[in-house]
Design a protein around this ligand. Structure first.
Ligand code: AHR
Length: 516
């Protein structure tokens, strides 16, 4: 028996941006996944794959990050604008992609995708092989009103209205493929780029928001991630300007040391190892948040009109399960193409809930990646587009966007062990919006159904519920069986008023809603 106490205390606002996505020119994410071209027999909207656009619109990710990832560090945006038949073909070797990229999907195509799915764009600039000038010109091209050479060029290319891009990533993983930099070198570079960022809309109340995203640490390396953050913060503290608005931590739940473990064929040890691995992200988030707060506390407010209390948002620009050999090569599939089983759905639910739970510490998180790469919400195969179990977790979790986190205490038995420690049977999270309480109940036991007693502070009435479960924990959706794992109505919890009892199938995710 598991016991869950949900209180009335409101413990923080859940930023919708915690449900954001990331896309990159890697494997078949962009080409075939998102972009098929206007002449394709596959139904498309100006070359964007229509079924992918429709599915992503259902999720409406609040922010979409592009063009990388590592790809951003060799991307030259000018190659991706203007008449498509004049755009150069480049070689894309990113993570074993090893294929031509014809630049047909560039800035305008990305902006159209964002408009169609309701996402704000996040552009990552090229800090490694690009220049400060190239970044400034991309910003002017995107955000300036017409009447200037670059913004008029944008209008000539089809978009007279500025794109109004708020999020700009200044580099990607500069501690590795993004330059193998030391924190001091990165901050030196960051200063040159950030100091050159143009203003849009002047300095007054009409100023358009720009959020500069600095390179955060490799969340997978315990010592290096602390050293990176300490180093970056120390360097940044030497001068108070230029500002950094957000700090981008990356964390992958690696499952690459067990060749016998396949995405859709694993044993109980593999089930708990991967879930345990996903739980580590909560420790990383808390550690990084504390390091940032400690560093900010040392910085005094600058005198003069521009002085402001230093603030830096922690965000997670890339997260998800990474199965298979390094780079996932040798599978006969495009680079980093990965199926998604019920195990991945459970880790996605647990990961989204740890973001929700720490909504006072983290304000944005982008899943890596939306289509055909790693922990995807969509997989394409020829003319088919498959909604993965991960897709349905996002869809079921939508009511938490913009809601208030509620206090919760969970008592639950141990279901199994991973490399780091125990995995409990039941994980839970609750939020409230407009008088509706939404409760997530993840049964992380691979084999045992669970019962959970729910105790609320107030008497509530049950509204509805959904459950995501499968005939097998290894189950995935594919072309032959695209709806093997889809949400179904949940069994209504028994009880009334303040106390209810919910039945949770093994290896499942249940979302219940109650009216206050
Ligand atoms: O998401 C795949 C790759 O993982 C990204 O390009 C890079 O930023 C990270 O190492």
């Amino acid at each position: 028996m598991n016991h869950i106490k949900i209180s009335n205390s409101r413990e923080g606002y859940i930023s919708p941006a915690l449900h954001s996505q990331f896309i990159e020119h890697l494997g078949s994410c962009i080409h075939d996944g998102i972009w098929v071209g206007e002449d394709s027999p596959i139904r498309n909207i100006h070359g964007l794959r229509a079924d992918v656009v429709e599915a992503l619109s259902r999720l409406a990710p609040p922010v979409l990050r592009w063009p990388g990832g590592c790809f951003a560090d060799t991307y030259h945006w000018r190659q991706g604008i203007g008449p498509r038949d004049l755009r150069p073909i480049r070689y894309n070797g990113n993570f074993g992609t090893n294929q031509p990229d014809n630049n047909q999907f560039g800035t305008h195509e990305f902006m159209e995708l964002c408009r169609l799915i309701g996402a704000k764009p996040w552009l990552n600039i090229n800090l490694l092989s690009g220049t400060v000038q190239e970044m400034v010109e991309w910003m002017e091209y995107c955000n300036r009103e017409t009447g200037y050479a670059l913004s008029d060029e944008r209008a000539t290319n089809g978009d007279p209205e500025p794109f109004g891009v708020e999020y700009w990533g200044i580099g990607n993983e500069s501690w590795a493929g993004g330059g193998n930099m030391t924190p001091a070198l990165y901050v030196q570079e960051y200063r040159r780029y950030a100091s050159s960022v143009p203003h849009f809309g002047g300095f007054g109340p009409g100023a358009k928001p720009i959020h500069l995203v600095g390179v955060g640490p490799d969340g997978n390396k315990p010592e290096e991630r602390v050293a990176w953050t300490r180093g970056v913060m120390e360097e940044m503290a030497k001068f108070r300007r230029p500002q950094m608005d957000a700090y981008d931590l990356h964390f992958y739940n690696w499952n690459i040391s067990h060749p016998e473990d396949k995405v859709d064929d694993f044993n109980e040890a593999g089930w708990y190892r991967v879930i345990d691995g996903a739980l580590e992200l909560e420790e990383v988030l808390c550690e990084q948040y504390d390091l940032i707060q400690e560093a900010l506390a040392q910085i005094s407010v600058a005198p003069g009109p521009f002085g402001r209390k230093p603030k830096l948002d922690l965000i997670v620009g890339e997260w998800g399960n990474w199965h298979g050999g390094f780079m996932g090569m040798g599978s006969g599939k495009p680079a980093l193409w990965q199926q998604c089983s019920m195990r991945d759905a459970v880790t996605s639910a647990i990961s989204l809930d740890l973001f929700h739970r720490n909504c006072d510490k983290v304000s944005m998180a982008c899943a890596a990646q939306a289509v055909n790469v790693l922990n995807s919400v969509l997989l394409t195969d020829g003319e088919h587009t498959i909604l993965t179990p991960h897709f349905y977790v996002y869809e079921m979790y939508k009511p938490h966007r913009g809601a208030e986190k509620l206090g919760i205490e969970v008592e639950s038995s141990v279901a199994g062990y991973g490399d780091r420690g125990e995995v409990r049977s039941v994980y839970a999270f609750a939020s409230e919006k407009d008088g509706v309480v939404t409760l997530n109940l993840v049964n992380a036991s691979m084999t045992e159904a669970q019962t959970a007693v729910l105790d609320f502070d107030d008497a509530l009435s049950y509204l509805s519920g959904q459950v995501l479960e499968a005939d097998m924990p290894t189950a995935c959706n594919d072309v032959e069986n695209p709806e093997r794992v889809v949400p179904k109505p949940a069994a209504a919890p028994r009880g009334e008023g303040k106390t209810w009892t919910a039945a949770l199938p093994a290896a499942s995710i249940t979302v219940l809603q109650f009216q206050k």
